[in-house]
Design a protein around this ligand. Structure first.
Ligand code: HEM
Length: 203
């Protein structure tokens, strides 16, 4: 049975998505340079890495706000809603498909339709990333941009130290997400079909 053609990724979403992906690449590269090299002999000159990291972070904040507003206005947010009853069971079914079913040619347990853009695992990961990790990385990023807004002392530990720790940990989590996300995007009809959809809008 061939799936019908669906327009799932409107222009605003595609623009947001690729802007976001590009900003992530800049943030990861400059972030790694800041993390793993000293002021001397840095992979990217320290002051340049700081400037690009800050600018990309500010644009990311604006684009994230745009994502939230546009999701609400366009109705795209309905795809992120979770019916709690039976969700774990659906997650396990999708997980089983990814580790077994896909390799023996089983049909997708939750194929894309007009009402269901994401399978349960996609839904969970997008929710955690977009409504958990993204706000956290942005808030802690601003904490580092304006150090005076951090709590001075949290149970005997300098507030800014906790902010750095959280920023780096969430940044690491988001980097891992991006790699896993790209890998799972190859599970479409062909290896490249999902990527093509995010450019044309059509699934
Ligand atoms: C070069 C990096 C990236 C590539 C190649 C990529 C690729 C894709 C593709 C092909 C899709 C459509 C298939 C699907 O819905 O799963 C998609 C959707 C999505 N991606 Fe990415 N992505 C990248 C980076 C990111 C990053 C960094 C984030 C967030 C931090 C992200 C968040 C999302 C979200 C939320 C969707 C679903 C959007 C919606 O339809 O509402 N992506 N991505």
């Amino acid at each position: 049975m061939s799936e019908e053609k669906l327009y799932l990724y409107p222009m605003w979403l595609r623009l947001w998505h690729w802007t976001n992906a590009l900003l992530f690449l800049v943030l990861i590269i400059t972030g790694l340079s800041l993390q793993y090299s000293g002021v001397e002999g840095a992979f990217i000159r320290f002051d340049i890495a700081v400037t690009y990291h800050n600018i990309a972070g500010i644009i990311l904040t604006i684009s994230f706000a745009f994502f939230l507003v546009a999701n609400r206005i366009s109705g795209n947010r309905k795809f992120y809603k979770v019916k709690r009853k039976g969700f774990i069971k659906r997650l396990m079914k999708q997980f089983r498909y990814y580790i077994y079913g896909v390799f023996v040619g089983e049909p997708k347990p939750y194929p894309v339709s007009e009402k269901r853009k994401f399978n349960p695992l996609q839904k969970l990961s997008y929710i955690v990333v977009m409504f958990g990790f993204m706000p956290l990385i942005i808030i802690t990023g601003f904490g580092l941009l304006f150090p005076e807004i951090n709590l001075e002392n949290v149970f005997g530990v300098a507030g800014i130290y906790l902010t750095v720790l959280l920023h780096i940990t969430v940044g690491f989590g988001l980097s891992v997400f991006m790699i896993v996300h790209i890998y799972f995007c190859t599970f479409g009809k062909t290896v490249g079909s999902e990527f093509k959809s995010m450019f044309t809008g059509w699934h």
